[in-house]
Design a protein. Structure first.
Length: 286
């Protein structure tokens, strides 16, 4: 276990759930087409296997696992087949977000998910909602055209979805995306990694801030938390390799001392707690 974050919320008593909910947040597994595939000098496959084994052995069983994108490095059938082989071993429902290295079509074709309500009719947009134990969860698809990569994009359709969801009244709400909404005070990340339209997304979430438990994302391969106008934004590290994010980092640098990690999130009636867990990296390629 490595670090924790906690935040308090004050929902209307009538809308409060009566029991806690727990979920595991993972991201950026970057499966390749083979088990031996190497990225950033590391094999993602054995790291993902170790991560799944660790989650299944946790002393407290989560209600579900959310993967906030970049399931694969390239959206190839062989890579998604390996992802399914490993992630299907999780013994709780799994949900997915489209990352810039994914496609919504491939995720829906290859990766089973728990029960959900689709929020888009477009086959190339993976946006949906689900509810558990009195909590509502919304997944947004911010993948833009390939030429924008690695930025995300807030489309008019997804803006309409979040406008509908982010009302002042309703059950406790949690949002899952792939990309960061706000600048992270790191030169290369702020230049390359943000959602185009992030400020508008944040403004649209503001009416729900009293019931919004957090916006959880990946993409940055780093643990980062931002509190803006009462809204909590939480990035989870990758399950295999991390980037540095110092203020004057001007290009991508691997954080070789930071191990693979995931977050165990506690949603309590008036509180959100985020515990980070690290795992030993099974193997590093030369």
């Amino acid at each position: 276990m490595f670090g924790y974050l906690t935040a308090l919320f004050f929902d209307s008593p009538a809308m409060q759930p009566i029991e806690p909910l727990y979920f595991v947040h993972i991201s950026d597994t970057h499966f390749g087409p083979t088990r031996e595939y190497v990225r950033h000098g590391i094999r993602p496959f054995p790291c993902a296997v170790a991560m799944v084994e660790t989650i299944n052995a946790l002393p407290h069983r989560p209600d579900f696992v959310i993967h906030t994108g970049d399931v694969t490095t390239d959206p190839q059938p062989a890579a998604y087949a390996l992802a399914r082989e490993v992630l299907d071993r999780l013994d709780v429902p799994v949900y997915y977000v489209t990352g810039n290295h994914d496609t919504a079509v491939a995720i829906q074709q290859f990766l089973p998910m728990g029960p959900k309500q689709m929020l888009s009719d477009a086959p190339d947009v993976l946006s949906y909602a689900f509810e558990m134990k009195g909590y509502r969860f919304v997944v947004l698809d911010m993948r833009g055209p390939d030429e924008m990569d690695p930025h995300g994009l807030l489309s008019p359709e997804q803006l309409a979805v979040i406008r509908q969801e982010a009302q002042a009244e309703g059950p406790p709400l949690t949002v899952f995306i792939h990309f960061p909404v706000h600048p992270l005070n790191s030169l290369w990340m702020d230049r390359n990694m943000l959602i185009i339209g992030g400020p508008e997304l944040h403004r649209t979430l503001l009416p729900a801030r009293e019931r919004l438990r957090g916006v959880f994302y990946g993409h940055v391969h780093q643990s980062m938390q931002t509190m803006r106008d009462g809204i909590l934004y939480v990035a989870v590290p990758s399950t295999f390799a991390q980037f540095t994010a110092w203020p004057y980092d001007d290009e991508v640098v691997m954080d070789t001392h930071y191990p693979p990690a995931f977050n165990f999130v506690h949603l309590l009636p008036q509180q959100t707690i985020v515990h980070q867990h690290v795992i030993k990296r099974p193997e590093i390629e030369d």
